[in-house]
Design a protein around this ligand. Structure first.
Ligand code: AMP
Length: 433
């Protein structure tokens, strides 16, 4: 099947052919015709499946088809919400890339950077706005956006937005949108929370789902190296050195741990940068750019910071520490082995983490091969200690929820009863970012 046969207009086909895509990915084949028909979509797809083009191309086409706005400032007609700044920037880049031959205007807003330049762009008028929920509400409260003309709403990585505590912000945004609109919801998982959100939001949705491009069993070779906690850093430097790895994504559980490891590796002579939620937007963008351009060999990331990063064909992913939540392991190793290449996911596991490893193996329904590296044999006399679940993490509520805005009088959508406080806080306690 070709992009031409999906019914996309010439300007979009031209932009796609310049990206050298030969054929649409499975999610694109399924979603594009349905979105062009105007259907609401419940999309099961994670980063790496081509989902961004899957919603961006038909969104652009529908904006071109719908009534041209009259005179005056152009209203926002398409709104894309994403959980993280990086994902917002990447989605906006796609909007610009695929829309380069169309007379549509777009911009992106996210927190961590000055609000005024964003306001200036919004004031000039855009057809498409890509935003993280918190900063979008900042603009709402400062009257720099009007969402009353939105025809298409896209929630990207909705599961992650809920995990990050954005549900209240999302509901506030929804209250500002017209009832009549097309809604596309994408999520890597269909939890009960997501289904409840979707039920209230989507009308007769078409469900499109693609298997994870990198299921734990297929395109990723996984291995566990048992090692004592205090020797992990030494082993990692050793592995990077002897294998001469040029580009490695390393996961730690905490922001503090990410910083410390990046510093230690740099001391070992391995150029490294850390990326996590406490870094300024500029620092995160720089770290990612340096990693992509191979200026730094190792990017140390926490789970939430790494989600949605579009780094093509990453050959090596290392779990310096196993995640507290088994599903995050699958997300982490999904960063490698893209586009049909076999990737390698390696986990350095100490005695404290054996239970986490069991949970992961239960989730992926197979045992991960173990290999003890000579010279790094674990000391059998060391006893397991409880894992510090994010010493440096604050209660995992989205900062927004406790920010000054939330003390404002709200239009008042209490958290829906289906998301029990309990289930949220349990997950919160288990995750750090
Ligand atoms: P996404 O899942 O949207 O984050 O996309 C993952 C990567 O796949 C991005 O680098 C896209 O540029 C790329 N991509 C999207 N669609 C296609 C396609 N049809 N053929 C090849 N690569 C694609």
């Amino acid at each position: 099947m070709s992009f031409e046969s999906l019914g996309l207009r010439a300007e979009l086909l031209r932009a796609v052919s310049e990206k050298n895509y030969t054929e649409p990915s499975p999610i694109q084949k399924q979603a594009i015709p349905l979105i062009l028909e105007g259907r609401d979509i419940m999309g099961g797809a994670q980063t790496g499946t081509g989902k961004t083009a899957g919603f961006t191309l038909p969104m652009l086409q529908r904006l071109m088809q719908s009534d041209k706005p009259g005179k005056g400032r152009r209203p926002i007609r398409a709104l894309v919400l994403t959980p993280t700044r990086e994902l917002a920037a990447q989605v906006h880049e796609s909007v610009q890339t695929y829309g380069r031959y169309l007379p549509l205007k777009s911009t992106v807003v996210f927190g961590g950077v000055s609000i005024n330049p964003q306001k200036m762009k919004l004031i000039k008028g855009v057809d498409i706005l890509v935003a993280t929920p918190g900063r979008l509400l900042d603009h709402v409260s400062q009257n720099s956006v009007n969402l009353s003309k939105v025809d298409i709403l896209i929630l990207d990585e909705a599961d992650r937005m809920l995990d990050m505590g954005f549900i209240r912000d999302i509901r506030k945004v929804l209250a500002l949108l017209p009832k009549q609109k097309q809604t596309l919801l994408f999520s890597a998982t269909f939890s009960t929370e997501i289904k409840t959100l979707a039920n209230g939001l989507l009308t007769n949705p078409a469900v499109v789902e693609v298997a994870r491009r990198n299921t734990a069993s297929e395109s990723v070779a996984q291995i566990v190296h048992p090692v004592d906690k205090i020797r992990k850093r030494e082993l990692l430097s050793h592995l990077i050195g002897i294998n001469n790895w040029k580009q490695v994504l390393v996961f730690t559980r905490t922001k503090h741990g990410a910083n410390r490891l990046a510093e230690q590796l740099t001391t070992d002579g391995i150029t490294s940068a850390a990326i996590h939620g406490n870094k300024s937007q500029g620092a995160r963008t720089r770290a990612l750019a340096d990693f992509k351009s191979s200026k730094v060999r190792v990017l140390v990331a926490t789970d939430i910071a790494a989600r949605g990063l579009d780094i093509d064909q990453l050959p090596h992913v290392v779990n310096f520490e196993l995640p507290n939540v088994a599903e995050d392991y699958v997300h982490r190793i999904g960063r490698t082995g893209r586009a049909g290449n076999v990737g390698e996911a390696m986990s350095l596991v100490c005695v404290d983490e054996l239970k986490l490893l069991k949970d992961i193996e239960r989730l992926i329904k197979r045992e991960i091969p173990k290999n003890i590296i000579e010279g790094y044999e674990p000391d059998p006399t060391i006893k397991a200690e409880p894992i510090n679940k994010g010493r440096d993490s604050k209660p995992k509520h989205n900062k927004r929820a406790s920010s000054k805005r939330s003390t404002h009088k709200r239009s008042g959508t209490p958290p829906p009863p289906h998301i029990s406080k309990n289930s949220r806080s349990k997950r919160s306690a288990a995750r750090t970012h």
